[in-house]
Design a protein around this ligand. Structure first.
Ligand SMILES: CC(C)(COP(=O)(O)OP(=O)(O)OC[C@H]1O[C@@H](n2cnc3c(N)ncnc32)[C@H](O)[C@@H]1OP(=O)(O)O)[C@@H](O)C(=O)NCCC(=O)NCCS
Length: 194
């Protein structure tokens, strides 16, 4: 499927930043991910795969796997990047929550910010754009599956209207221990679940 390509927005400091820690993302642009971004995306992601429990994935992605990942992110399930000049400083994507057809309009998000650039609003920038696009694309709700001790991701999603809807107890084993996985969800039509 074709990709929209091209830059469509540039952002300065976050207007709603509440914390001095957040200087804002600076001069960055957000756009669809391209083949040329894959090496930088892999560098961000593979570190999390190998060294942290931010993702429950365990196998680093080589060039072929990265290309396959991009190919899976068609127009209905976009992959996007935030770039500062030529540097990919954050990326995110939407994926079908489940392969069964009944779940086609329920999407799962993924958000990763380059180390050294965290806490400056880039995760918020990516997640806000994924929520916006998911709504435009006609998806109904968005879920995030977050290892339960990932305070940054839990807070990020809470700030963007996600509710905790469940906890999988010790469903993931990584780096020598079991992890609970928190499931957070929000609707995309503006209606809030209580
Ligand atoms: C989780 C992640 C995407 C957040 O992105 P970020 O750019 O650092 O976050 P932002 O600066 O946009 O901050 C978003 C919110 O999270 C909070 N936050 C950020 N880092 C935090 C931390 N380490 N602990 C607690 N809260 C944190 C911010 O204060 C902000 O909340 P606020 O608006 O109420 O102040 C980023 O830390 C990251 O890439 N982590 C590793 C990969 C990962 O965990 N991905 C998610 C997998 S589910």
């Amino acid at each position: 499927m074709p990709r929209a390509g091209g830059f469509f927005a540039a952002h300065g400091p976050r207007p709603d930043s509440r914390s001095a820690r957040h200087a804002g993302p600076g001069q960055v642009a957000i756009r669809d991910a391209r083949e040329a971004d894959l090496e930088q995306i892999a560098a961000i992601w593979n570190h999390e795969i190998l060294c942290t429990d931010a993702t429950t994935d365990t196998e680093p992605r080589d060039q072929v796997a990265q290309s396959e990942w991009l190919a899976r992110h068609t127009e209905s399930y976009p992959a996007i990047v935030v770039v500062a000049a030529e540097d990919v400083v954050a990326y995110g994507s939407l994926s079908p929550y489940q392969p069964r057809r009944a779940f086609a309009r329920t999407v799962e998000d993924s958000v990763y910010v380059k180390r050294g650039r965290r806490g400056a609003g880039l995760g918020s920038l990516i997640l806000a754009e994924l929520i916006r696009r998911a709504g435009v694309l006609g998806h109904h709700s968005m879920l995030a599956r977050i290892t339960a001790k990932n305070a940054a991701s839990l807070r990020l999603h809470e700030r963007h209207g996600f509710y905790r809807v469940g906890v999988e107890r010790e469903s993931a084993f990584k780096l020598g221990r079991w992890h609970d996985v928190t499931i957070m969800q929000r609707r995309l039509d503006g209606i809030r679940w209580t």
